[in-house]
Design a protein around this ligand. Structure first.
Ligand code: ATP
Ligand code: MG
Length: 396
């Protein structure tokens, strides 16, 4: 009788011949994220992953294991189950010893049974009835309610063992990290870009963060905040490189030489040019930003066209394009980034903002406005000054 976490995998099941590859990627990630918490026996069968600790684990570790499993992309749900041998006596014993104590706070329950091993000599209704009786004996305060029970006790009779658990917890869903390609995420310290990164990562995209910073206009605290946000993302995706790009000189040159109404857009175009090159060097096939249509002057449709115009080798994904701020905030809270995102440190985007930014820019006007800049040399210099920080923190 052993504590076993059952992970149910969602879309992986649909991947036909590629399923094994997807599963292998996920299992490797699972091993990495659990490795600091002890030794675990991990195996996959029938679109379920079985994780059994090979030593006793205390409550704090058990909670940490659960959180780490729930954050793994590719997992739809996590069940904390107890394994029994495939005979009714053993199933009853697990029900008495491990399931009954968890029902103390409930008034009603029902049992649901599933047999994937059809050779098991008892059918599902028999299993439900007998396990139900055992639980009623152990917990006389309980009654059965098949319509709206406080708790559903599941008994799953599988190939090598039977597993008992009460309900399941949601997993992160999506696809295993890396199976959807690799993209450069323009990561600011705000609310939007971490959410944009998370949504793409959920579809299996491996991320490389790209952050522009402008000291002394932006502080070390602002830089640390971005690293903290990257750590939060890494608790879902594992190892996460962040490229920190010096941007002060470019911003100063824009301020000194370009028309004010175009400051932000010229800056965004410079960011995109640099990001595309860095992404390319890091084998990324796309860029990701946290832009949402109409949120600010630089995110009107014309403004987005003007920033897209400088990216010619890869698509720019904007997963938040159709979301309202409220919806983005909901995601931000859900992924645990919100409290960090709202810390009040300046981002380079808020330095030198024009009083009256152009909301309907013409690309030709922008090209004229930035003609005074030696774009190629500035892009090259920024890339040469870029520093790489690799973060990986599963414990957040
Ligand atoms: P966020 O909450 O992500 O900061 P925002 O609403 O503040 O978004 P903008 O400041 O206009 O919007 O930035 C739009 C997008 O540009 C961001 O979502 C991000 O992808 C990118 N971006 C902005 N500032 C930076 C930066 N300093 N480094 C890297 N990318 C940035
Ligand atoms: Mg921002």
């Amino acid at each position: 009788m052993k504590l076993t976490y059952l992970l149910k995998c969602g879309e992986l099941v649909l991947k036909g011949l590629n399923r094994r590859t997807f599963e292998d990627v996920m299992l490797a990630q699972l091993r990495t994220r659990l490795s600091s918490l002890g030794k675990f026996d991990i195996k996959a069968a029938q679109s379920t992953v079985y994780i059994t600790p090979e030593q006793d684990i205390d409550e704090i570790t058990a909670a940490e294991v659960l959180t780490r499993l729930q954050k793994l992309f590719g997992v739809v749900s996590v069940c904390v189950s107890y394994g029994a041998e495939k005979n009714m006596e053993s199933i009853f014993e697990v029900a008495r010893k491990y399931i009954a104590p968890e029902l103390f706070a409930c008034s009603t329950f029902k049992v649901e049974a599933r047999r994937s091993d059809k050779k098991f000599p008892f059918n599902s209704p028999q299993i439900c009835r007998d396990v139900g009786e055992v639980l009623l004996e152990s917990c006389p305060h309980l009654t059965v309610d098949v319509h709206e029970p406080d708790a559903v006790v599941n008994v799953e009779v599988r190939e090598t063992a039977a597993y008992l658990h009460i309900g399941s917890l949601p997993g992160a869903g999506g696809m295993p990290t890396g199976t959807g390609g690799k993209a450069g995420l323009l990561l600011s310290g705000g609310i939007d870009s971490p959410v944009a990164g998370w949504l793409m990562a959920k579809r299996g995209v491996k991320l490389v963060g790209i952050h522009f910073f402008s000291p002394p206009y932006t502080s070390d605290r602002a830089r640390e905040k971005v690293i903290d946000l990257a750590k939060i993302l890494s608790s879902y995706v594992g190892e996460f490189p962040v490229l920190i790009v010096p941007f002060t000189k470019i911003q100063e040159l824009i301020r000194e030489n370009c028309p004010e109404e175009y400051f932000t857009l010229i800056m965004r175009r410079m960011m995109m040019r640099i990001a595309q090159k860095l992404a390319f060097h890091n084998k990324c096939r796309a860029l990701v930003t946290g832009e949402s249509l109409g949120q600010v002057a630089s995110q009107t449709m014309d403004a987005l066209c003007s920033t897209d115009a400088v990216v010619d080798k890869m698509p720019v994904f904007r997963p938040l394009i159709g979301l309202d701020k409220e919806e983005i905030v909901r995601y931000s809270r859900k992924i645990g980034a919100f409290e960090t995102s709202i810390l009040p440190y300046e981002d380079c985007c808020t330095v030198f903002t024009p009083k009256h930014p152009k909301t309907r820019p013409q690309i030709s006007e922008l090209e004229k406005a930035e003609a005074c800049l030696d774009v190629d040399a500035l892009v090259k210099e920024a890339i040469e000054g870029t520093e790489k920080v690799i973060v990986c923190d599963f414990s957040i």
